[in-house]
Design a protein around this ligand. Structure first.
Ligand code: GDP
Ligand code: MG
Length: 443
């Protein structure tokens, strides 16, 4: 799978001291193959790889990151920017003007289902939606919309199969105006393939009904084809936003990656199931993680870091066994871990902190981040002698350190006490550090 491939790439990079041009190229070659296998449009892949390469080569590996993490970071950032960086909402008309939404897409893409999903969402937001059955070619389609509308508690407007979609749309808008409904959602007919009469019908409805938002529904499982569909619909009818359905299946998300890039239109929502509640906001960063197959890129970075740090942890363990773990090591470890992200994980791993600051008594991350900075400031205000041998820190030294760090003496005392406790604790559990590091390893 794409996820495995990318993880393999990064496995190879992991632990390297420096990222050479050859490393970047080798890694990106794999990324390219993997993206193509995930049905990402060829041109999109080409551009993507190019921009990552341009950024990766000749850029310094950031402080606190190893070369492998740096590549992950760049790949992730480029994926996010490719998909539009931020979330986009359906544009609703201001005041009491009626918003007219037209759902378009191939047959089976999920228009009818998604129309009902959106109606439910808008209703929850305090809007008054009206669903309109403009698919006159399949009587079952009208029934389907009616069933879904009822489930959502949203009225469905239909005129059977004997009127044109244009007439139905116009009548529905009149109906909405007379009944205080301010969002009209037109569910249109699709075909199995793009064809001219379908396109013409949609153009006619769009014009006659004064559609304000044209939403294209695309089945994510169609892979490469999704891009062609999106391009054609956008060129012919004009699309304001895209909804990608069936992402709950085993799709590799290649369509999401391509559509925004090729059409320039934002993805608004993703369909995550057949149930009417299964419509989610589209988050480019989450989709990037999904495409990378890493769930959450930060946690991967943590894992990678944990692997790299395994040796350092071993060194620490040796020190602990010899009881030579001092405040320098404490500081060192804190800085190392700070660069990993994911504060709760870091807290868990820091000697002493994990015991004292678990989720319950750690109300917010800002607070613990401040706390961590405070601790660092305190240790930095100590002399080397004091750091290696905290026992010599008497009252006057404590005063000096507190002043230097800009904290109260109480805080210095607390740190020293905590450090002392954790050192004792760790002496009793000499295997701990090694185990902690191993836990974070790739399986
Ligand atoms: P339309 O022809 O474009 O109106 O498509 P429908 O709304 O009738 O949907 C076609 C099929 O896809 C139906 O069986 C839906 O239940 C299903 N479907 C729609 N959206 C999703 C989704 O996000 N996930 C899954 N698993 N199925 C979906
Ligand atoms: Mg339908």
């Amino acid at each position: 799978s794409l996820s495995e491939k990318l993880q393999n790439v990064f496995k190879n990079l992991r632990g390297k001291g420096r990222l050479t041009e050859a490393d970047v190229k080798a890694a990106l070659k794999e990324v390219k193959i993997a993206l193509l296998e995930a049905d990402v449009n060829f041109k999109v892949v080409k551009n993507f790889v190019k921009s990552v390469q341009e950024r990766a080569i000749g850029q310094d590996v950031m402080n606190g990151l190893n070369p492998g993490q740096m590549v992950i970071k760049i790949v992730n950032e480029e994926l996010v920017s490719l998909m539009g960086s931020e979330t986009t909402e359906i544009a609703l008309m201001p005041g009491n003007q009626v918003t007219v939404i037209m759902m378009i897409g191939l047959q089976g893409a999920g228009k009818t289902t998604t129309a009902a999903k959106i109606a439910g969402k808008l209703k929850m937001k305090g809007r008054q939606p009206l669903l309109v059955a403009c698919d006159i070619y399949r009587p079952a389609a009208i029934k389907q919309l009616e069933v879904n509308g009822e489930k959502q508690g949203v009225e469905v407007f239909s005129m059977g199969t004997n009127h044109s979609p244009v007439d139905i749309a116009k009548a529905a808008i009149e109906h909405a105006k007379n009944n205080g409904q301010n969002v009209v959602i037109l569910d249109t007919a699709g075909r199995l393939q793009i064809d001219e009469s379908m396109m013409q019908e949609l153009v006619d409805v769009k014009e006659a009904a004064g559609v304000t938002q044209t939403l294209l529904v695309v089945d994510a499982m169609t892979g490469q084809e999704a891009v062609n569909v999106a391009t054609t619909f956008n060129d012919r009818i004009g699309v304001d936003g895209v909804i990608l359905t069936k992402l709950d299946g085993d799709t590799r998300g290649g369509a999401a990656l391509s559509i925004r890039q090729v059409t320039g239109k934002p993805i608004l929502y993703i369909g995550m199931g057949e149930k009417l509640s299964d419509l989610e906001q589209f988050y480019p960063d989450r989709m990037a993680s999904r495409i990378l197959g890493m769930g959450d890129v930060m946690s991967l970075i943590e894992k990678v870091e944990a692997q790299v740090d395994a040796e350092k942890a071993k060194e620490m363990e040796q020190k602990l066994r010899k009881a030579s773990f001092d405040l320098n090591d404490y500081l060192d470890q804190m800085e190392q871990m700070k660069s990993m992200g994911g504060l709760s994980k870091i807290m868990e791993m820091l000697p002493g902190m994990g015991m004292n600051l678990n989720a319950k008594n750690m109300p917010d991350m800002d607070e613990s981040e401040k706390q961590m900075e405070k601790i660092q400031a305190i240790i930095r205000s100590m002399t080397m002698k004091e750091r290696t041998n905290p026992d010599i820190i008497n009252a006057s030294r404590k005063n000096r350190i507190a002043k230097g760090a800009g904290v109260d003496v109480v805080e210095v005392n607390r740190l020293l006490k905590q450090f002392d406790q954790s050192r004792k604790l760790m002496k009793q559990m000499p295997g701990m550090m090694g185990k902690q590091a191993k836990k974070g390893r790739f399986k």
